[in-house]
Design a binder for this molecule. Structure first.
Ligand code: NAX
Length: 327
């Protein structure tokens, strides 16, 4: 039998945490033959609720779940973890300035970066889900200099999956038949969902949906605004789809992407596609042997170029704001 993998979920008492931990314990993230030990971190006001989640995990009697650590101590939470899914953060509340929210998150991600750097297992892979996801991941990278930048990422897979979903709904086909959409840039409303290279079977999506007005307009805004649409409908933000996307992200990263398929991940830019180096930016990537590689050489038309640049500009501004919040 395989040795258990230790998976940290921060913010585990929250909405996404509640949807995510059972998926991990059932093998959705790492496969049906991979035992796991869950490390769950939350803050003291949520300690009792976190303990309730631990009780439910025990009650669910998951065969793959070999242990549960539920704690408000960041060092205990990070010790020995092989995978860290960072869902905990400070949400923007009504009337709060962007800078105030950023200051809170910078300080959280700075201290959690140090704890991971000192106490996580060697080669720990990190996925940041909490918003602002790209910039939180960048802060984490900066304050965990011994963790290779290849091991730090942020979640844009939910946006990617939303784009696949919109195409499949429009064509009335299975979502699993659509592939190679791309989310470029920030996990925010400036993201660019790009279908120029997407296919269904052998056929380009642009051929199957010969409606450029829709593809260049409503499709893009629907994906960009989907989070807000879920809040409007549910009075709560996306949780099950976010948890599922986090599992997809880690599974493909660890176990590899299928031949001929790429996915979107927020990763440290090396300047590919003339995206400024030094931002955490969502690119099309393939994964093999536990490493992602940015898909190279895709032609970028003028319409796309503007959108890639716009979301990069927003990320550069967020980065500057984050640095101005450091103390
Ligand atoms: P919740 O508010 O339900 O849960 C967040 C949890 O984090 C709470 O239990 C809170 O106590 C905990 N927390 C706060 N500070 C912490 C700290 N310093 N250490 C550990 N835990 C801490 O939010 P939820 O709906 O679960 O969303 C979590 C985050 O995901 C939010 O930042 C949200 O904006 C972000 N999202 C990101 C998405 C993405 O695609 N990247 C999509 C979904 C989601 O909106």
């Amino acid at each position: 039998a395989k040795d258990p993998v230790r998976v940290l979920v921060t913010g585990a008492a929250g909405q996404i945490g509640y949807a995510l931990v059972p998926m991990i314990a059932r093998g959705v993230m790492l496969g049906p033959d991979q035992p796991v030990i869950l490390h769950m971190l939350d803050i003291p006001p949520a300690a009792e609720s976190l303990n309730g989640v631990k009780m439910e995990l025990v009650d669910a009697a998951f065969p793959l779940l070999k242990g549960v650590v539920a704690t408000t101590d960041v060092v205990e939470a990070c010790t020995g973890v092989n995978i860290a899914v960072m869902v905990g953060g400070f949400p923007r509340k009504e009337g709060m300035e962007r800078k105030d929210v950023m200051t809170k998150n910078v300080s959280i991600y700075k201290s959690q970066a140090s704890a991971l750097e000192k106490h996580a297992a060697a080669n720990c892979k990190v996925l940041v889900v909490a918003n602002p996801a790209n910039t939180n991941a960048l802060i984490l990278k900066e304050f965990a200099p011994s963790i290779p930048e290849k091991n730090i990422s942020c979640l844009t897979r939910l946006d990617h999956n939303r784009a696949l979903g919109q195409i499949s709904e429009r064509l009335n086909i299975q979502v699993s038949d659509v592939k190679n959409v791309i989310i470029w840039g920030n996990h925010s409303s400036t993201q660019y969902p790009d279908v120029n290279h997407a296919t269904v079977g052998e056929k380009p999506v642009r051929e199957l949906i010969a409606d450029d007005a829709w593809l260049n307009g409503e499709f893009i805004t629907t994906v960009q605004q989907r989070g807000a649409a879920i809040i409007k409908a549910r009075k709560l933000s996306s949780a099950l789809s976010a948890a599922s996307a986090a599992c997809d992200h880690i599974r493909d990263w660890v176990l590899g992407t299928p031949q001929g398929t790429w996915v979107s991940m927020g990763v440290y830019s090396d300047g590919s596609y003339n995206v400024p180096a030094g931002l955490i930016y969502s690119f099309p990537v393939t994964c093999a042997n536990g490493e992602w590689t940015i898909v190279q050489g895709l032609p970028i038309d003028e319409f796309s170029r503007k959108k890639l640049d716009l979301t990069a500009e927003e990320l550069s501004e967020e980065k500057a704001l984050a640095y101005s919040c450091l103390n």
